[in-house]
Write a protein that binds this ligand. Sequence first.
Ligand SMILES: Cc1cc2nc3c(=O)[nH]c(=O)nc-3n(C[C@H](O)[C@H](O)[C@H](O)COP(=O)(O)O)c2cc1C
Length: 460
Amino acid sequence: MKVLGKECKHFEPFKYKILTQLKQKLSELNLALDFNDDLAVLKRSLSIGNKSIPNRLAIQPMEGFDAKRDGRPSFLTVRRYSRYAKGGAGLIWCEATSISEGYKSNQHQLAITKENVDEYRKFVSHIKKISKSALEQLGFSGQCLFILQLNHSGRYCKKGDTKYPIRAYHNYQLDKAINVSEQDGKIIEDSELIALEEKWGEKALLARDAGFDGVDIKACHGYLISELLGARERNDSLYGGYDFANRSRFFLNVIKKLKKRCFKNGDFIITTRLGIYDGIPYPNGFGVAPLEGEEFPASIDLTEPIKLINELDNLGIKLINISAGNPHYKPHITRPYDIPVKGANLPSEHPLCGVYRLIKMTSEIKKSISEEIKIMGSGYSYLRQFSPYICADLIKNNEVDICGFGRMAFANPEFPRQIFQQDEINPKKVCVGCSQCSQLMKNGKSTGCVIRDPAYEVKS
Ligand SMILES: Cc1cc2nc3c(=O)[nH]c(=O)nc-3n(C[C@H](O)[C@H](O)[C@H](O)COP(=O)(O)O)c2cc1C
């Protein structure tokens, strides 16, 4: 799949004050994106199984690294989610929550356990109450759908505060990107993977008990499941190699085992945030083409992602949150930005092209799969105050079902309310793509918007 032309091979920061300037730039870059100023489509509800999402705006999972050491939400966690709920989004996708307490990505990552599930129950009930009242005020009925993302951090695990990569296979480039050597951490063994297959199901039962509407088996951004999907150089393993059935075995087994445990009546959603293209050069990587193409950094081939989604369809998955890239390796693929984190180079790609790639890959997926699967798209924050008009157009044309915002929600959690009440996002409150939230994350600190939220600052 060819998405971007040579016009995209340069970097330029965002400088468009009015829509005509942005349209002019898109045309220069040869990017066909349309805008629709009738935002009513964003107010439409959407059914997933027995559940309903009151509107088409969602909060993407964004790690806050502010949990208590035992994994329960802290004051700061509750503050973040309360702000999202007050904003009126129809779906709140709770951030990466560790399924492997011994190897979190940060000591303050969320983790749901038998011991702290009561705290999660209070948390969920509090957030849903706020959401219900905000949504009612905005003229919607019901409350937000609240999904919990369950993740094994894989290559990005830490043992205490020390990096301890639990890899699917060796990859020098990926090691170099996070400054670890081949001797650090380990390659996960098949026997360990077999034992882990049950873990998501155990945690999903706790999540259901806590009142979440569903769980996301996270399969994106280079973490364990995502890495296995592209692990062609994992040799002599049930879970790797060139055979796609091997590389997808772990993910599908996790879902099959989870379903067997408890979810017969369909009122608890099993979903996934799926990375459809990780940008890691072939022979490894998922959604990448066998030959290095013209496109940086690896050509796109969505054949396997589509095949995988068809298998997920057979397993009854009805909602998928699409993402791409590995933010520890080539972050601009996941989240186009204007300023990189400290020490990183600017990508040699126009950020609007990165947004376009995410949008067009998502549309391609949407048109290639069953209508019954609802698709949430990612990466709209870079479009700032112009994002709602693109989302409205995409939804109207059935190119995506729900638009999820990450950094915009850190910067301006009221963005859905602004869209629903004023038909616009306040330009003075948008995310500016400065990567300071990612810098906080990289520094191991609690994460939020340094520019717009007084609760956060970057200390060097
Ligand atoms: C600080 C930070 C934390 C993130 N945490 C998560 C996470 O927990 N799970 C996840 O799937 N994606 C995570 N992401 C990725 C976002 O959900 C989102 O895909 C990305 O920021 C692009 O969307 P945006 O342009 O709306 O920000 C994170 C991104 C940032 C910047």
